[in-house]
Write a protein that binds this ligand. Structure first.
Ligand SMILES: Nc1ncnc2c1ncn2[C@@H]1O[C@H](COP(=O)(O)OP(=O)(O)OP(=O)(O)O)[C@@H](O)[C@H]1O
Ligand SMILES: [Mg+2]
Length: 373
């Protein structure tokens, strides 16, 4: 179980290692550990941290080289230059770069080519990205710009680049502040968190959620990979929530065929989907509270409360099962345990009514239980 200072140190070391690797081998850290999300060079076979077999990060291994060459040269709108590939999620590839004018480091998300398929997807992606851009808050990853990347050209022939599957080569992008941190997903693959640290993180996530909910924006895909932990110079860890609304709008409101929706990643991560979404396709602020409750339970116990033997079993358990109590050896204060269980009640009406009330309650617990430590 790891506490604040030790985790801050661990994240700082991990960021330094990743940045050093990217500098020495730009564009090459293209194997990923399916367990902890760490990235490695293509010649690595297993993850040094947990011995899991590494997977290549891209569906077409040849593609990124071409794309990288293009992207490394290109400046978007003469304002941002891209440098090297950082990683990828279900929706996007992420690159680091620089904002030319004030030499500020940025991270650029580019919609994956198999998704940048038609005008409608691109438009929806951009409209969600612009909503996220309006959310300026200290606990929300800052979006600096969004737009469409210009057509890419084949570097040797200068012809327009056409992907083999015929998809369009224009793609939407999001420029974000570059964060020197790690996602909670990566952290949880290595550590269980102390109840106190979990409480501190949850309070900051709720700060972000209450701000977004006030503007009537529901995250809908809150999960550890969208919670970034960023240590400051004094070693204090700050939370930045990312990807507001992106996945939900793209995947849950389009007429995707069963083939395109059958993997867990495109539906959202099964571990954090609320019963109301699973039963009635409804999501609201209460669904974000539910996801956060699942995440808090996982931070402390090491596993999400309804995890099943396979994805379908997990989905059933959200609707049907009560979570196991957190065991005594975890030393979770009773009031904290009941707050977590309240936030993962099946009926949204039995949860905290808003992110504000949940945050006030957790903040009072932090003061009463951990003050002075
Ligand atoms: N603003 C940022 N600064 C630095 N690194 C970032 C930033 N945003 C994302 N990353 C890195 O890029 C990787 C991919 O992020 P992305 O959000 O696309 O995927 P994900 O969160 O792992 O999965 P999902 O698609 O489910 O959200 C992250 O693991 C993270 O390491
Ligand atoms: Mg993400």
């Amino acid at each position: 179980m790891i506490a604040h200072q030790a985790l801050s140190q661990w994240i700082q070391n991990s960021v330094k290692t990743n940045e050093r690797t990217r500098k020495r081998f730009p564009g090459s850290a293209r194997k990923v550990c399916p367990n902890c999300g760490s990235r490695h060079l293509l010649d690595k076979i297993v993850c040094p941290a947990d011995n899991t077999l590494l997977a290549p990060t891209m569906s077409h291994l040849a593609l990124p080289d071409l794309l990288m060459k293009q992207l490394e040269r290109s400046a978007i709108d003469n304002r941002f230059v891209l440098r090297s590939y950082i990683g990828e999620g279900a929706l996007c590839w992420v690159f680091d770069g620089t904002q030319i004018e004030d030499v500020m480091p940025v991270a650029v998300k580019v919609l994956r080519h198999e998704l940048a398929a038609d005008q409608r997807t691109n438009t929806r992606f951009l409209s969600e990205a612009r909503m996220w851009q309006q959310l300026t808050h200290k606990n929300i990853m800052r979006v600096l710009d969004t737009g469409m990347m210009p057509e890419l050209q084949n570097p040797s022939t200068s012809d327009s680049l056409i992907w083999e599957d015929g998809f369009s080569n224009e793609r939407p992008y999001i420029v974000m502040e570059y964060l020197r941190g790690e996602s909670l997903k990566t952290v949880l693959a290595h550590w269980q968190l102390s109840p106190e640290l979990t409480l501190r993180i949850a309070i900051e996530v709720l700060d972000a959620l209450q701000w977004a909910h006030k503007q009537e924006i529901v995250h809908r895909d809150l999960k550890p990979s969208n919670i970034f932990l960023v240590p400051d110079e004094a070693g204090n860890i700050h939370v930045k929530v990312s990807d507001f609304g992106l996945a939900a709008r793209l995947f849950r409101q389009l007429d995707w065929t069963p083939q395109t929706t059958k993997t867990g990643s495109v539906y959202g991560d099964p571990s954090y989907l609320s019963p109301e979404y699973l039963m009635d396709q409804k999501t609201g602020p209460q669904s974000d509270i539910y996801a956060l409750g699942c995440i808090m339970y996982q931070c402390i116990s090491g596993k999400s409360p309804f995890v099943g033997q396979h994805e379908f079993h997990t989905l059933i358990r959200h609707v049907r099962d009560r979570p196991d109590p957190l065991t005594e050896d975890l030393k979770v204060p009773k009031l904290l345990q009941s707050a977590i269980f309240k936030s993962i009640e099946k009926d949204p009406l039995n949860r905290f009514s808003t992110a504000v009330t949940m945050q006030e309650y957790l903040a009072s617990l932090a003061t009463n239980v951990y003050a002075g430590k």
